[in-house]
Design a protein around this ligand. Structure first.
Ligand code: NAP
Length: 236
């Protein structure tokens, strides 16, 4: 049966590729992005399966407005992908040069954004719904090796905590919550270094891995919440 899918950050990169995969499977896709790209607009013109909405996950009213159509449709959300996120190359400095005021806006998007979307979608999250939060290995405290990128790492660690609490709360309604590191991707965020590295992954490949796991959720142990796109567990 066709699934109902919600994807944030769907304008490019990983989110776009996740939306494309579900459209290929003939699922109904609600694709949200900060600025609607021409690619998304073009895609929507060619199919009844895709609905696109401008949505700034940093702003509660914007998220609530964007979710309105899904709520009116009334169908349970099968998979909710919280992909939207930001990074700044200005962060590649030590504490002395770090603009700490940036922490607040990055935290608001990367950590609180996913929770805003889940909160707005609450009436449609029920037994069998899977929530996929795109975190990063940068949010792992156990694996942390960096001496820079304070805001990004702290925001993803905070997202991990938010996901764990949602997982505890939502287990009563049989909703699963998983957090992924999608790999170092050849996207705008991965930048030129990722484009030139043999250690990076394409957003197409990462999307395929993550969608496969979301569709085969029963293969993932209930206590495994944080993992690579390949399914390999990560330490909190
Ligand atoms: N790329 C990597 O190597 C890497 C590694 C680890 C984790 N991640 C995580 O993976 C996710 C996807 O990354 P990506 O590489 O695909 O990034 P990307 O190419 O930069 O795409 C990010 C998407 O999020 C959207 N977005 C940003 N702020 C938003 C907001 N406030 N409201 C709504 N949408 C917003 C962007 O919209 P606009 O285009 O309008 O700005 C863009 O479509 C992110 O959460 C990122 O932190 C990426």
């Amino acid at each position: 049966m066709n699934k109902t899918i919600v994807v944030t950050g769907a304008g490019r990169g990983l989110g776009y590729n996740i939306a494309m995969l579900h459209l290929e499977m003939k699922d109904h896709v609600y694709a949200y992005d900060y600025a609607l790209t021409d690619e998304l607009k073009h895609l929507e013109e060619g199919t009844d399966l895709l609905r696109i909405q401008q949505c700034d996950i940093a702003v509660t009213d914007s998220v609530v407005n964007a979710m309105q159509e899904v709520l009116e449709n009334g169908k349970q959300i099968d998979i909710l992908y919280n992909v939207a996120g930001v990074f700044s190359y200005k962060e590649k400095v030590g504490l002395a040069e770090t603009d700490l005021d940036m922490c607040t806006s990055m935290y608001n998007i990367n950590a609180v954004g996913a929770l805003r979307v889940c909160k707005a979608a609450l009436p449609l999250l029920s037994s069998g719904t899977v929530i996929i939060n795109i975190s990063s290995e940068a949010g792992s405290i156990g694996n942390c090796w960096r001496e820079q990128e304070y805001s990004y790492c702290m925001s993803k660690a905070a997202l991990n905590m938010g996901s764990k609490i949602m997982s505890n709360e939502f287990s009563k309604r049989a909703v699963r919550v998983l957090n992924f590191h999608p790999g170092w991707m050849r996207t705008a965020m991965g930048g030129q270094p990722a484009m030139e590295s043999s250690n990076s992954v394409s957003p197409e490949e990462s999307a395929r891995d993550i969608v496969k796991i979301a569709l085969e959720i029963d293969k993932i142990p209930k206590d495994q919440l944080y993992m690579e796109h390949t399914g390999k567990p990560l330490p909190w």
